[in-house]
Ligand binder design. Structure first.
Ligand code: ADP
Length: 405
């Protein structure tokens, strides 16, 4: 009945489960009450048991099956359509003379309104109007009653009320989203400018020193000194370039423009290049089968590995780092393990989010974006990335990538 395209939020899943349990139980109680209060009414056992079973089967399956969980709104809707159908069936067989059925039916409507979307309420309205029109023709006495006009009035009111409620919810969500976006933007600007300042200040200092040297002496630079100075300037420019690239990646991800250019890549070679590039040969042990290849985006995968190894260096307390690459028929598993600072349990789940850091910028600087970008890249490759860590003991990052046969 409801929009099934959006995934369920955990809170909504809980409320739908409660609603299923509530509806099934109310129906069960109602069934016993009618049995006792109106023993001669038409109220077949099988029909009732099927409707109650519908609610509880959907509820039970939502605990064991992900598909059911994802489509619980839809299944709840199906249960309510069946329940409505059942009411009309009872109404017809009790010759339209049972007020208790109408009373209970109003309860069903109330439950429906709790979670219906606009479209589903409209289709439900159509469904009920068709059923009631048919029943009015089948039970002539109803033509002289307010049954159909009364029902149509309730449904029109419900539709108008629902539209107003949805508009309100949308306006609120929009406002909340906008202020959240402003907060994220401000945070980003403040972190980014802080991070950019360091290499820019160093560059500025270097150029001032060069300027001073030039002014001071006629021949200030030997080739060795020049090479040294240029290397220093280059390092700062590289750092700036890296920071700007990271920011661009974040905006690419937000705009859904992270594209992959897949090819067969040789992972052990890439790992070796990165370790050499970071001058970490003395610290790192690599265990990798020589010929391991995978179909992935070379630049993006290198970015992930570079981020994990850089972090192992940055947060690794200069202690040994182990990089392991394993594979089986369906997966390639990469682990990067250090014996450094470790991560406190309260941060473990958050460090893959944007700007989340488990350490203050005063201690070790960073944008808090590397793992976020890495996770997006791994997700785009249909893989997973996770971390196990203990504060003061070390961290192990594991990347699992699927390997198509
Ligand atoms: P950055 O390093 O720029 O802060 P990341 O997204 O790469 O951003 O990492 C997020 C946070 O996760 C880091 O700030 C750090 O607190 C924590 N972290 C990442 N890797 C490690 C590691 N190997 N050991 C301990 N903490 C880590």
């Amino acid at each position: 009945m409801n929009n099934t395209k959006l995934p369920l939020l955990p809170k909504e899943l809980i409320s739908l489960r409660r609603l299923l349990a509530f509806s099934g139980t109310v129906y069960l109680v109602w069934w016993f009450a009618v049995e006792a209060l109106l023993p001669d009414s038409f109220n077949p056992f099988l029909g009732r048991i099927l409707v109650v079973a519908g609610f509880f089967v959907a509820l039970g399956l939502s605990y064991v099956n992900q598909w059911v969980q994802n489509h619980l709104r839809f299944l709840m809707g199906v249960c309510l359509w069946i329940l409505t159908l059942h009411y009309f069936y009872l109404f017809y067989n009790n010759h339209g003379g049972m007020d208790w059925i109408i009373g209970c039916y109003i309860t069903v409507l109330a439950i429906c309104f709790y979670f219906l979307s606009n479209t589903s309420l409209l289709s439900y309205t159509g469904f009920v109007i068709v059923l009631s029109t048919v029943i009015v023709f089948m039970i002539p006495s109803l033509q002289k009653s307010v049954f159909l006009p009364g029902l149509v009035t309730i449904l029109i009111q419900a539709n108008i009320g629902m539209r107003a409620r949805l508009n309100l919810i949308q306006t609120r969500a929009l406002a909340a989203n906008m202020s959240e976006n402003v907060r994220i933007r401000d945070e980003f600007i403040s972190i980014a400018s802080h991070e950019l300042k360091t290499p820019i200040s160093t560059l500025k200092l270097q150029t001032q020193l060069i300027e001073r040297d030039i002014k001071k002496s006629a021949q200030p630079y030997t080739p060795e000194k020049l090479t040294q100075t240029v290397a220093l300037l280059n390092r700062q420019v590289d750092r700036l370039f890296e920071l700007v690239e990271t920011m661009l990646d974040v905006s690419r991800i937000s705009a859904g423009r992270l594209t992959l250019d897949k090819e067969v890549i040789h992972l052990p070679e890439i790992i070796q290049e990165i370790v050499t590039g970071l001058q970490m040969e003395n610290l790192v042990t690599i265990h990798a089968p020589k010929d391991l290849t995978i179909n992935a985006d070379r630049i993006r995968m290198s970015q992930v590995i570079l981020n994990l190894v850089t972090n192992a260096k940055k947060y690794g307390n200069e202690k040994p780092v182990q990089i392991k690459l394993e594979s089986n028929k369906s997966q390639v598993i990469l682990t990067v393990e250090d014996q450094g600072l470790g991560i406190a349990p309260e941060f473990i789940d958050r460090i893959f989010n944007r700007f989340e850091r488990a350490i203050s910028a005063q201690h070790i600087s960073g944008l808090g974006l590397g793992l976020y970008i890495s996770k997006q890249i791994i997700d785009a490759h249909n893989g997973t990335i996770k971390v196990e860590s203990e504060l003061g003991i070390g961290s192990r990052f594991t990347v699992i990538l699927p390997r198509p046969h």
